[in-house]
Design a protein around this ligand. Structure first.
Ligand code: MLT
Length: 266
């Protein structure tokens, strides 16, 4: 289904590119791949061009970098748009994909026609969280990805989620290079507090959370939404951190309505 690869900054970048119309880019969370958006790609591509990359270091995309960061990934994604000759995009990011979305808005404002921040937060890590990430980064290269999957999955998925959601997340995590898991944790530990520039993100922005999300609680997302000048917050019921996978029939209409609103305002 529209699977492609291109060279970005010395590494192969894998992405799907399906449909035509206003471009939407779906950016996955950590430590996952474009497959977390399987329930969105087909449906959104009936009216839009849907670009869905594996971030460098994850899935089928390579990275030659010893250090990664939200800024580096944001620049790689802008480079991908250049390769595809796409001027503007609606950026949809989940969790770590959302952290990259804040950086994308800061660094590439002219490429954005709208932003969707799913199950994410603007504030950076507390010292305690950053310390925990550094410990995992040191251990994962020795233990492999399994302990990461075991500890993360119960937090990623809400109690009402279908078992198949956890199973498919487990597959994605176990297939991830432990080195990339380490680099991803270090990148997130070092990210900046995006609350500093939220007030300057003037594109229409939709925040989507889940009422069972333990990682990025809905009330925190609502507070972030209040700091954005042109945004609204929607909370999906019976959903944990992985709203697009857990509740696609509630998630997809929110995105589709937002895309229709954007097409009316352009
Ligand atoms: C994610 O889903 O991308 C991660 O939970 C983000 C994080 O660890 O902060």
């Amino acid at each position: 289904m529209g699977q492609k690869e291109t060279k970005i900054n010395g590494g192969n970048l894998f992405f799907t590119d399906v449909g035509s119309g206003a471009a939407v880019m779906l950016v996955h969370g950590f430590p996952l791949t474009h497959q977390m958006w399987d329930n969105q790609i087909a449906e959104l591509s009936t009216k839009n061009r849907v670009i869905c990359p594996d971030l460098p270091g994850f899935g089928r995309s390579e990275t030659s970098r010893s250090v990664l960061g939200m800024d580096i990934w944001a620049d790689h994604l802008a480079d991908l748009l250049n390769v595809l000759e796409i001027e503007k995009v609606v950026f949809v990011g989940l969790s770590m994909g959302g952290y990259i979305g804040w950086e994308f808005a800061r660094r590439h404002r002219d490429r954005l026609s709208g932003l969707v921040a799913c199950n994410t937060r603007a504030i950076n890590d507390t010292e305690q969280i950053a310390r925990g990430r550094k410990m995992v980064a040191a251990s994962v290269v020795v233990t492999g990805a399994k302990p990461v999957a075991d500890s993360m999955i119960p937090k990623l998925v809400g109690p009402d989620a279908d078992k198949s959601v956890s199973e498919s997340i487990r597959k994605m995590i176990l297939a991830t290079d432990p080195e990339s898991i380490a680099k991803g944790h270090l990148a997130m530990a070092g990210r900046e507090d995006a609350r500093q520039w939220l007030s300057q993100i003037d594109v229409p922005t939709l925040l989507i959370g889940g009422d069972q999300d333990q990682i990025t609680p809905a009330d925190e997302m609502e507070s972030d939404s209040e700091m954005l000048p042109n945004s609204r917050f929607e909370c999906i019921s019976s959903a944990g951190h992985m709203t697009p996978m857990e509740q696609p029939t509630k998630f997809n209409p929110l995105i589709k309505d937002f895309l229709v609103e954007l097409s009316g305002s352009s």
